[in-house]
Design a protein around this ligand. Sequence first.
Ligand code: HEM
Length: 287
Amino acid sequence: MTSRRTPSSRDRDQAPTQAPRVEFEDTTPYDAYVRASTLATLQRTATDEPGEYMFLVVSQVMELYFNLIAFEWRTAQRFLREDKLGEALLALRRSNDHFTALNASWVSFRWMTPPDFNAFREALGEASGFQSFLYRHVEFLLGFKDAALLRPHKHVAGSHYDELVAAFEAPSLYDDALAYLARRGYDVPTAALDRDHAITYEHIDAVEDVWVQVYADTSHGDPLRAFAESLTDIAEQFSDWRYRHLMAVRRAMGAKVGSGGSAGLAWLERSLLRQAFPELWSARTRI
Ligand code: HEM
């Protein structure tokens, strides 16, 4: 169990007039920790267009959130495997709050008209968010698996490709949720428990039955329903991200072909239809 720091005398015995320290022999402790000076070197735009600067900054912000959300889901998976539902729920709740902040970032794109986007679009070359390995990691944790989507990342620097392959082959968050329900005595079918994790999760009728049972248990404050609702929130937030992305694309470039080589809008509309955690949605018709 990790211990939490309790208030020390430094926290308690402050004079209300005491001002923050302003002299440092080296860089500030803040910069040593946050690395803002390094962060500020990472926005290397190819043009002077304000749209490009915003595009790059918001893309980087989103990448950081993808990583943070994946971290929370891996934490939740670890706790589920240890049968610690309460701790897993806290991690899922945090991830949902992060998702709300992530999705709010799309507001920065609302002003962008096609001429604003055209002003720097050529400078992006073939770069496309489709090539984001952190986004792909998030999709793998949600159970969307397609081996072809590993290929673009083979030569990415560092250990990212190996981590992505590991996430591709490992159980998704939903796989761990179903395994947990099975250990709690629910009749989760072997088709869900023993499946090949490197394949996209598809709807299974008997899993729908399990969620119907979870929601049928109306005992006051049942944590399993809270669990089901947290997972539902995640699936909805992810669809929100996709929808807001789609609308930003529609506003900025209409139905033009994407820089990553796809049909653009039509391709994104198709992926919007794919729903994470399918039985949590289909079960609702029967509840
Ligand atoms: C006006 C802004 C944007 C436009 C016009 C745009 C355009 C597109 C297009 C056309 C695609 C389809 C693949 C392709 O052919 O390129 C795509 C995919 C994608 N974009 Fe964007 N994008 C924008 C902003 C962003 C931002 C800020 C992010 C954040 C990282 C992002 C992340 C993604 C991801 C992850 C995909 C792959 C989605 C999937 O695989 O289902 N995009 N984008």
